[in-house]
Design a protein. Sequence first.
Length: 405
Amino acid sequence: MSLRQSFVAAVSLRTTAPARRAFIRTASALPAASPSATPSSTSQAPSSRALASQAQPLPLGSVSESVFAPLDDFSPRHIGPRDEDIQKMLAELGYKSLDDFIADAVPKEIRLDADGSKTTESSSSASATPIIALSESELARRGLEIAEKNANFKSLIGLGYHNTNVPPVILRNVLENPAWYTSYTPYQPEIAQGRLESLLNYQTMIKSLTGLDISNASLLDEGTAAAEAMTLSYGHGKSKRKTFLVDERVLPQTISVLRQRARGFEINVEVVNLSQGLPESHKTSKDVMGVLVQYPDIDGRLKDWSSLAEETHKAGGLVVCAADLLALTMVKPPGEWGADIAVGSSARFGVPPGFGGPHAAFFAVRDKLTRKMPGRLIGVSKDARGSKAYRLALQTREQHIRRAQ
């Protein structure tokens, strides 16, 4: 094979059809090298200037544009439908070509012309800035350019969502490790002893900070945990009381979840001012099943709720406290001033506010409420060899637990 033939063959394998045609036209204009040519006879070979004068000129940019055009042979050959399949599908739909089909399927308001520009009904000419498809790297650069236009301000959103300073070692091993947040309910959790041990440590810390007797292994979020506390209060009493009092300084998203959950149980959620204790109309009422307070409240104020807890217990209800874990490292734990249930967001342990999550909730109760506590409880046991092992000690409300028939 001559040098010219080898070059044409190599180009044919690496380029698209338009590029191959352009190179073949160029190569065809070159004279073939003599088979008898040797290094000693190279002086007789035509000069590059002579070869250039004999070649047929190509339109400006035709070779460079075709050489760097995207390779479009692989996808249609191995992934997309064949030409005959496309024609069958178009015939079934009543179209002769893909262009006709796209013209009917894509609204004219968002349709692009062949050159990537957009023509509107009010203007017969294409827009000044064509809309051109970007590659992945180009799109990433464009995204960075747009992001750099943002001005960074201190977040003042509040309402239970706070920025955090997370050590890089935690980011790498927990928040950036999909194994922690993509796995579903572990139906054989005893296999993952490390995970159970970490959850046991979590439960122990929640128990210590809240001052209550026991904590579960987390729930979905603070609003859900508050709703679970409300339904637990509803099911705890024998008389099935129907009124749940919520202090007006509780987070609004929590109140919204409470009202939604209360519908199915026909519970009456009343948002009132509890800073001075139970309202007079409810002090002698036999319908109050519990109260919910925020600690600290929505404005960041701390209050001693011990008198309210005493009144509520005398009325036969339970006291639920929605607490801030970080604040509990400095203030009196809810269990010490009379709360029966403590809930809140575990994000205060260092989870950044990623568009609302993932923010697991904590849920701690007194011993008398353990059997009615939602979620799972990690406990310490022994394996068949007598060694310490961790297991799910309590999960009475999980969906895979057999109920009485």
